[in-house]
Design a protein around this ligand. Structure first.
Ligand SMILES: Cc1cc2nc3c(=O)[nH]c(=O)nc-3n(C[C@H](O)[C@H](O)[C@H](O)COP(=O)(O)OP(=O)(O)OC[C@H]3O[C@@H](n4cnc5c(N)ncnc54)[C@H](O)[C@@H]3O)c2cc1C
Length: 431
């Protein structure tokens, strides 16, 4: 089998992974990013979701994440130079009710990621259409990760590894303990409908026909529905499908993808034939992948808990700040608001470096929604901007560990925090 050597390997180029790869390369480590899709961006580009939640503390309007997440928003024309408050964002791209900001075009995100990766080409290589699929572990270290792509199988020997697959794939295969929520949050296929002319009755009628379709067995599950006109006045971006599944089980994941696609088309057909405003509409696209909210999370050296959010626990080795509410999607049909439970809104809270460190393996960090957090806490820390902040921290830590001939699993999180502060990233929990 062919072997490639690198300082840092980043598995998964989603929200956390793109930030991890850029920050590792910028901090001087020879970095390889492998991503199963043909582009970076994860939820943004594989599912088509434009929101950067977790950036803004809703009550105060101030940013609790800066660094690469903010840089991306600046490069996409969403945030001003030096932005630090919701008022410094393009007003037409803010949803004040949620304390949320979104990008105007998810396709552009693919181009921006490519551009940034190529800009750092001396240190940063990318392999798209490449899936991490196995690991070799020797004496408590990952000695190689196997990837599968059009070259067949290739071994990657990396000094330090970042698992940003969303599912903790690498950690799981390396034997690190992981947990899953019970029940798992459901999957959602987002889709877009063009040439919609919304009228006063549209929203209520759209909900009514889905209730009927659900009762009559044509639509097994749905939520909301969310009819969002974010991209254009006549384009309806739909948040409504809900498919319970375990996306770490290949057969179940496939079933969910098929079900999500079918449900999205059913919703479109119901609306086109029965809802005022949809008469001349057409189905633009779904996905391209169904969205996965919740799978494995590592049981790390520290686990972010609901109590940490309630008491705003402080950590010397905080490397990121979370602020999103407890956004728990149940796996059954719900109307109007998508989440259940308290929807508790924490004050900006610290996330310890040790939530990225799995047990049993010394050269692996796990960043993004699969970092170490309880079910409740991860319902807050899983969102886009928070995942990017965790990825950026992991990239810094991996590069520093390589430079000092150390391992990420024993590296001092306080040093990671200091380095992040120098690059306008890291925790912004304190006002
Ligand atoms: C339907 C849905 C709606 C959501 N709504 C919002 C919202 O409105 N606002 C918000 O802020 N957040 C939202 N989220 C949550 C959030 O943005 C994600 O959880 C976020 O994507 C976490 O980032 P990540 O990098 O951990 O995972 P991802 O962004 O999913 O990235 C993981 C990447 O790894 C790749 N990958 C997976 N396995 C492998 C492998 N073995 N080898 C190589 N590559 C691999 C994937 O292709 C993907 O690109 C939503 C999530 C879902 C699913």
């Amino acid at each position: 089998m062919k072997t490639i050597q690198t300082d840092v390997l980043v598995c998964g180029g989603g929200c956390a992974g793109i930030a991890a790869a850029l920050s590792s390369a910028r901090n001087g480590a020879k970095t390889l990013l492998v991503e199963r899709a043909g582009f970076s961006g994860g939820i943004i580009t594989t599912v088509g979701l434009p929101y950067f939640d977790g950036l803004i503390d809703k009550p105060s309007g101030r940013f609790v994440v800066k660094g690469i997440a903010l840089e991306l928003l600046q490069k996409l024309g969403v945030a001003k130079e030096g932005a630090k408050h919701i008022d410094d964002l393009r007003p037409d791209l803010i949803t004040k009710y949620w304390g949320s900001v979104y990008i105007p075009n998810v396709e552009e995100f693919k181009l921006l990621s490519d551009e940034l990766i190529l800009k750092h080409r001396d240190n940063l290589k990318v392999l798209y259409h490449s899936m991490a699929c196995d690991v070799e572990v020797k004496a408590g270290r990952i000695s190689a990760v196997t990837i599968a792509n059009k070259d067949g199988l290739t071994r990657i020997e990396a000094k330090q590894i970042i698992d940003s697959t969303g599912d903790g794939d690498v950690a799981h295969w390396a034997g690190c303990p992981t947990i899953k929520s019970t029940p798992l949050m459901p999957l959602t296929m987002h889709f877009r409908i063009g040439n919609v002319v919304p009228v006063k009755e549209t929203k209520d009628a759209a909900k009514k026909v889905l209730i009927e379709a659900h009762k009559e067995g044509r639509l097994p599950n749905f939520y909301g529905p969310g009819l969002i006109f974010a991209f254009a006045k006549d384009e309806c971006y739909v948040h409504a499908t809900r498919v319970p599944a375990d996306a770490t089980d290949a057969a179940d994941f496939t079933r969910a993808e098929i079900q999500g696609r079918k449900d999205a088309w059913t919703i479109f057909n119901e609306w086109k034939t029965k809802v005022p405003g949809f008469e001349n509409s057409y189905y633009i696209m779904s996905g391209p992948y169904i969205g996965v909210r919740d799978t494995r999370r590592i049981v790390g050296l520290n686990m972010l808990s609901l109590e940490d959010l309630q008491k705003t626990t402080r950590h010397d080795d905080a490397i990121a700040t979370g602020c999103w509410f407890l956004d728990i999607h149940p796996p059954e049909t719900t109307l109007d608001k998508p989440f259940t439970g308290s929807g508790f809104q924490p004050k900006p809270y610290d996330i310890s470096y040790r939530t990225l460190i799995p047990q049993n393996v010394s050269n692996l960090l796990v960043a993004g929604r699969c970092h170490s957090a309880s079910s409740e806490a991860s319902a807050s820390s899983r969102v886009t901007a928070t995942a990017m902040a965790l990825g950026e921290a992991a990239g810094v830590a991996a590069a520093l560990a390589v430079k000092s001939n150390s391992e990420v699993g024993v590296f001092d999180g306080v040093k990671v925090r200091e380095k992040l502060a120098n690059q306008n990233a890291g925790p912004f929990s304190e006002v």
